[in-house]
Design a protein around this ligand. Structure first.
Ligand SMILES: Cc1cc2nc3c(=O)[nH]c(=O)nc-3n(C[C@H](O)[C@H](O)[C@H](O)COP(=O)(O)O)c2cc1C
Ligand SMILES: [Mn+2]
Length: 537
């Protein structure tokens, strides 16, 4: 299934990846004419749900070659849409292998002898080889065609509308690149973009995401006298009305801030590791370009953008360059989202495109989100596996974690722990709510280490048997995902932790706790020998 590891044949670009998909029998070319307006979405949705619940779940990747209204265009969908394809994308036989590579990096054995130190050298050299390298513009395929000014026209791209009540077409698989104004580091995040017209889109970075923080940092820099209490969204929302509530800033400052521009570039259709790196909830200081290099085990090639001070993946199919003006927000949505519901209209920043560069005969990459399981279920599962060692670094008592796709990643996390002291399950809940994007987790269920968190039947049995609800459910308040439509306020609400572990006397539980049922092993062996002969099965 995966490529031979020793050869490190990282995918150069989307085309290279498509070739491998085809060779592995994982690609279906669609030559019938299909409309990017809803039809492609319906086909991708049905494909994603093929074999639902079986080990073969998730149909093939789809290459649409006959796109209504866009002669010559090609659109790739469902590239990550199964467990086996996710492994192929990251060139591994098992996602746990990637987790193990991270473990080795995090915990190199303390070298005691000279020989041990020597043994560490390859690991260090390996890390060095992950850093991206910048190549010359003339060698960068993403610059084969360069369009500026009047030539910039997003409407020429086969951008999909995915659900009937969507506010318009959306770019659904964009790698959005911004620079931290303080450290100079580049961030790559996947934030959907609603197409407003030929050169403007929405920029749906939620307020807790890294690019939103880059934007706030620019605002902070512009208002050094106001160190705290800077909410850009509030400053810009509602135009002058909101500005008057920040009247201590002075109108001149407000105008200046509003006219400040933040440069942004967007790559569409990259090699799979880079697209995947854009969704990884990495610590803000770790560049996704490095994560991509780590996953590919080969440096990612970057090139200077044409009109902004950012480096972009040189082998991307499309690069959009432009800026977000700090003072500008615009209604975004509705959008049929991965919660299975529409996210309603809300104000978000606006991306103005000044330049589009692309390859000759570019291939557009897209996904559809909706009721799970969808393609993003498999991306989320990969994140779950790969992040387990990082969670264990802070919470070593965690044995395993399951984010069921129907829990849409921020609604439900099931955690098995090695319980060692009174209140341990609650400590773990609080630790998770304090950990990066896991802060959004609406419900956490904590079970003992002997429970298989991936067996939802077992989890249900344990949880409902093991709790006295009033005693074992813990509520807390904090930031919630912007997509949560039930929270008391947008972006702020309550979360719930369920302590489904066995209760201890040290926790005030003085009744005897019964053992769970298991058969005597000797009896099992005897019946094993007899079973076939009985002819029951
Ligand atoms: C298909 C897809 C679409 C996404 N759309 C958005 C989005 O519109 N806004 C957002 O804030 N996060 C979105 N995300 C989640 C972010 O990509 C994810 O939180 C990522 O870690 C953000 O990167 P950052 O930590 O560098 O900000 C999406 C993820 C996927 C897989
Ligand atoms: Mn990031």
């Amino acid at each position: 299934m995966s490529r031979p590891k020793e050869s490190h044949l990282a995918y150069t670009d989307l085309r290279d990846w498509i070739k491998t998909l085809e060779k592995s029998g994982e690609l279906k070319r669609i030559t019938f004419e299909v409309d990017p307006n809803l039809e492609m979405a319906e086909i991708a949705d049905r494909t994603a749900k093929l074999g639902k619940g079986t080990p073969k779940a998730g149909g093939p990747a789809l290459l649409f070659e006959n796109v209504k209204g866009h002669p010559g265009a090609r659109v790739l969908m469902n590239q990550f849409g199964s467990e086996r394809r996710m492994r192929l994308a990251l060139e591994t036989d098992s996602l746990d292998d990637i987790a193990n590579r991270i473990r080795t990096l995090l915990k190199p054995e303390t070298p005691t002898s000279f020989m041990d130190k020597l043994k560490l050298l390859p690991t260090l050299a390996e890390v060095g080889s992950f850093f991206p390298k910048v190549i010359a513009a003339k060698d960068a395929p993403c610059k084969q065609v360069i369009q500026r000014g009047e030539d910039v026209n997003l409407l020429n791209l086969p951008i999909l509308k995915t659900w009937p009540q969507d506010g318009g077409p959306f770019i659904t698989l964009p790698c959005v690149i911004t620079r931290d104004p303080k450290s100079g580091k580049r961030n790559v995040g996947m934030y959907r973009m609603q197409v407003y017209d030929r050169n403007t889109t929405g920029m749906h970075w939620q307020r807790q995401k890294v690019a939103a923080e880059h934007m706030r940092d620019r605002l902070r820099a512009a208002t050094p006298d106001r160190t705290g209490n800077v909410d850009l969204m509030a400053l810009t929302a509602g135009g002058t009305t909101a500005a008057t509530s920040h009247d201590t800033l002075g109108q001149t400052t407000i105008t200046r801030i509003r006219e400040d521009r933040m440069e942004v570039a967007v790559a569409i259709g990259t090699d799979p590791a880079t697209t995947f790196a854009a969704i990884v909830p990495a610590p803000p200081d770790v560049e996704e370009y490095l994560i991509s290099g780590f996953l590919r085990q080969k440096p990612l090639e970057l090139v200077k953008a044409e009109t902004v001070d950012l480096e972009v993946p040189a082998n991307a199919e499309y690069i959009l360059e432009g800026y977000v003006q700090l003072g500008e927000l615009r209604t975004e949505g509705p959008f049929g989202d991965h919660t299975g519901f529409y996210t309603m209209q809300e104000d978000y920043p606006v991306f103005h495109i000044t330049c589009i560069t692309h390859r000759k005969d570019p291939i557009y990459a897209a996904t559809i989100v909706g009721k799970p399981p969808m393609e993003d279920a498999w991306m989320g599962k990969a994140v779950e596996r790969i992040f387990l060692p990082l969670m264990q670094l802070t919470l070593p008592e965690i044995v395993d974690v399951n984010l069921p796709p129907e829990g849409v990643f921020h609604n439900l996390m099931i955690v098995a722990i090695k319980k060692s002291y009174a209140g341990h399950a609650r400590k773990v809940m609080n630790g998770i709510w304090a950990m990066g994007q896991a802060m959004f987790t609406k419900c956490i269920i904590v079970v003992d280490e002997d429970c298989n968190v991936h067996d939802l039947a077992e989890v249900t049995l344990r949880t409902t048997n093991n709790i006295d609800p009033e005693r074992d459910i813990q509520f807390t308040l904090g930031p919630v995902d912007s997509l949560d439509h039930a929270s008391r306020l947008p972006n702020y609400g309550s979360k719930m932790g369920i302590d489904a572990t066995r209760k201890w006397a040290a926790e005030g539980f003085t009744r005897p706790w019964p053992a769970m049922l298991t058969m005597d092993p000797e009896v099992k062996t005897r019946i094993d020998a007899l079973w076939k002969k009985l002819g029951i099965e």
